[in-house]
Design a protein around this ligand. Structure first.
Ligand SMILES: [Mg+2]
Length: 208
């Protein structure tokens, strides 16, 4: 029986919000963190706020982005949960409203099967333009993507596990019978079947 596990990236697999790490380098961390917090609590539309936050990144060299992304801290137990779920026969996918520059190297390192995320536009000199694009740019994006993956892989919602921490994970929670809110915002906990409140992804292996 085919099984699917979908993880959010920022604050679920990775210990923080990618854009906050960029903002720290550029020296406007507080401004960005405040917008991120409101977005993740569901007070601001996540994707509208994403566009606003990325606009602040204009002028950051792509090389700096890659340097920061190569060194992002993972949540404790990230490697173990990927290994453990693979042993149980899961296909493991990452959905992120964040950026491919961050999800791609991290997912490769962890052995995650595929990642779906957005990308930061850069000009011909490799400097960020402040624009963002991609397949995860609207509030139902993760929900729409999980339906397509389930059809492609022949996986039912009974055999689907989703793990996330924020309001932008709600749309994918609607299509899985096992829904883990990981150190999550209250709005996501309400929609979850399981809440993990310790920062250790190995806890998920006790659930599945
Ligand atoms: Mg998140």
């Amino acid at each position: 029986m085919a099984k699917l596990a979908v993880f959010d990236f920022d604050s679920t697999l990775m210990d923080g919000e990618t854009i906050d790490f960029f903002a720290e380098v550029l020296g406007f961390k507080e401004q960005v963190v405040a917008i991120t917090e409101r977005a993740m609590a569901g007070e601001l539309d996540f994707y509208a706020s994403l566009i606003e936050r990325v606009r602040l990144l204009k002028g950051l060299p792509q090389s700096k982005v890659e340097e920061i992304c190569a060194d992002l801290p993972m949540i404790p137990g990230a490697q173990e949960v990927v290994n453990g779920l693979k042993e149980k026969g899961y296909t493991i996918i990452c959905f992120s409203g964040g950026f491919r520059s961050a999800t791609e190297p991290a997912c490769k390192k962890l052995g995650i099967d595929a990642d779906f995320s957005n990308f930061l536009h850069a000009d011909e000199n490799g400097i960020l333009t402040g624009a963002v694009g991609g397949e995860m740019m609207y509030s139902q994006a993760k929900g729409d993507m999980i339906i397509r993956l389930q059809a492609l892989l022949g996986v039912t919602r009974e055999n689907t596990l989703v793990v996330g921490d924020g309001a932008n994970d709600l749309s994918m929670f609607a299509h899985a019978d096992t829904r883990v809110a990981f150190c999550a915002k209250p709005i996501l906990k309400e929609a979850a079947t399981h809440c993990v409140d310790v920062k250790d992804l190995r806890e998920i292996l006790k659930i599945v």
